[in-house]
Design a protein around this ligand. Sequence first.
Ligand code: PLP
Length: 920
Amino acid sequence: MAEVTHRTSRHPLRAYNSVWQLRVDTWSSIADVTKRLHDASLPHDKRADLEGELDELLNLVAPVENYWAYPGPQRVGQLRELLAEREYALASRTVDAISRRLVGDVAPSNQGGLSGQADDDRVDRPAAVGPRPTRPCFEVLVVGDVTGEDADQLREELRRLQRPEDMFTYELVFVPSFQDALVAVQLNFNVQACIIRPEFALLSNFDLDGIHHFLPRMDKEGIEQRTLVERVQLLGEAIGDLRPELDLYLVGHASIEAIAGRLGRRFHRVFLRQDALEMHLSILRGVGNRYQTPFFTALRDYSRQPTGVFHALPISRGQSVVNSPWISDMAEFYGLNIFLAETSATSGGLDSLLDPVGPIKRAQELAGRAFGAQRTFFVTNGTSTANKIVLQSIITPGEIVLVDRNCHKSHHYALMLAGAQVNYLDAYPLDHYSIYGAVPLSTIKRQLLEYRRTGRLDQVKMLALTNCTFDGIVYDVERVMEECLAIKPDLVFLWDEAWFAFAAFHPTYRRRTAMATARRLHRRYRDTAYQPQHARQAAELAAADDETWLRTRLRPDPERVRLRVYATQSTHKTLSALRQGSMIHLFDQDFGHRNEEAFREAYMTHTSTSPNYQILASLDVGRRQVELEGFELVQKQVELSMVLREVVENHPLLNRYFQILTTKDLIPADYRQSGIEQPVQSDMEQMHDAWEHDEFVLDPSRVTLSIGLTGVDGDTFKHEYLMNRYGIQVNKTSRNTVLFMTHIGTTRSSVAYLIEVLVMLAHELEDEVERMGPIDRRAHARRVAALTSQPPPLPDFSAFHRCFRGDPGGETPEGDIRKAFFMAYDDRLCEYVTPEEGWDRVSKGREVVSATFVIPYPPGFPILVPGQVISREILAFMRALDTREIHGYLADLGYRVFTEDALTAASSRSNPPRSPQSDS
Ligand SMILES: Cc1ncc(COP(=O)(O)O)c(C=O)c1O
């Protein structure tokens, strides 16, 4: 049997990590075996073997093909017939065409074809080989009890309606049941629309062996008791939960008017069975709606107009470049279009980012729809700027913000600019790898309860967290928001999703995004069933102490809660957008009547008056892509990471030097309530459990490779080994780890290349060690020991010096980094201390207070912020750190700190001596 089935003893469809890869590989094996069968000189016994092999391969792929129009069950059936008749020449041509189309080599040539019968790769005709289709071809899922005859008739009707000038073509795939519909929308990423006929079965009769993990849990008895319309609604909701971007249509026989009013917002339209034309037009329009890119299209149209530029931007139209003998190579490199699209015009079909009323406004609205936001704003200077905009728009000076100390530096600078009182929260540390995890909910709740106890909860404005962290730790967003809102019902949330824009397009991830969670909670608090739940808990907790509140899974008061949720995303980091292309999404119940003006001002503060149009256009196109193929791309990104994990783990040479860190390594058991140690490689059901229940989960597409056993530190491995020798780029390293990310642009070939490189590096390392003399070998062993032993623990945030503390009583830890930041502008108040001097002073109990941010790369978080007391733990950590790049630290001078005189003077100003009257 072909290679694809031999990987492990599990069912091959499961063992393969990817049903899609298996499907493509199996068709390629079928093509290969069929071609060999075509050889007339094949001995009889060999032929029998190959026929057996082919039969098994078809059995393997047939259950999957039930959910696809192409090649689909009919072509599998026809192929079997051909093989039974030993028509190998025809069979070979057909299978070859299928295989090549599945790997994307071949355009579907049935540009009007809906047959579901053999067509482009018709068993009697080889498919045309050509460029990728200019017209995308998608599939439409028809759910319902449809006879074969009915199906053929509908195909034929809709096929007749297709026109060469249509933007897209489509084919129909039919499934009979509720369960099959849910399997189909997960398995068949090319489905873009669903037509539901109310008479569908609940359970599947298909062979689900090997793919039953696509079956979501279903309350069969509950559904059976529902009316027909309710069942349709439930199916619509279940499909919407998995693939919200799909257009849903209902086709009924009678009383569709009555049904139409009861279906809810998930459904686009209801048709009578005979309305094929309306159905066809709606399907095209629905997909066209996602395909539209208002700003990209406007810019492209504009670039084709003849214009005379008597304004800034000499490179627009390319004149200053193309006609230059010195810089025309720029035009050769970029092509002319980039110059034609460079313009500062805001009219003539274009729009102004600062006050959008035309295509930019529309593009932002479409992005809001795609990412599930109430409002979306494009940002052309990265999430660094997006964070500054959001923080400024929410905070007025003196308000308290709880923030992960390891957040991106843009938050620290934004908090400084906004004059916030900053309460730095500590994430759990992973000392061995010098990586921080995420902030436990208990830490956040404890702080909020402390503010409540000290009567200062009203000063707390916002919680800012990074989800997911650079290393892929993902919060339980719902639980964090619910429990915090139970303590402070108007708390504003900023979720820094710089690395998580892709998450909205996959059901597993989507649950843990800010926007999907805000919508879910909004629905929950409006549901009348929720109020009694909350009332019960409120009664129980009325007289409870803080420890009880800490232990309880808190539920907010629906009457008082205000959902104010912001997410900032570097679209460019994980989706198709030009560098610096970012988005701010918000779901803020108070936006319109309270925060819109402040947001506008903050947006004006930080946004260039010359925003880059190419970045904006790329955000528009990037949104189109994820609305049409995001699910497929994200699923594949995860699967490729699984492949990488599996190969490294099972490769005898690789696992001698490298280990891929697992969920268990990165998330302590206390935060894995499901008890599952490795949900990433477990089956989907377990993964679902972990993502549903665990306080933290690991984004499987982040692959952290532990490299301590190589004796090479992370930074050297990144620059000298991966980049210089093999051109492999990675971003983040720690002392003894390197982070690899798969993303929507990762291909099977690039993963294969990485594996090859790791194998080559392992060989090189092995050869190097072998060639070492005894002294070098001892040095190598020492390096390995240093990298694999416990370094000094990652230091927590120490404290703000009392003259920067917000709480004069010193009960809560927040501090004013703006005051410290600007105080450091006065050189007379600052001095430099070397690490040794610092150590000496701290050991003698003197206060040493940083005047600047000190940020080592890696790990990349500020080990010191302005106004922070330097502790022994921090100095010990810095001493052990072998990082080349430390921002804010001067190798020859040391740390910039405040003089003791300056601190004394500042302290007396912030805590003036009490007058005799006030004493009395
Ligand atoms: C968590 C986080 N937030 C924000 C940013 C800044 O994003 P950008 O590069 O889009 O400005 C980064 C950059 O790495 C980041 O890691």
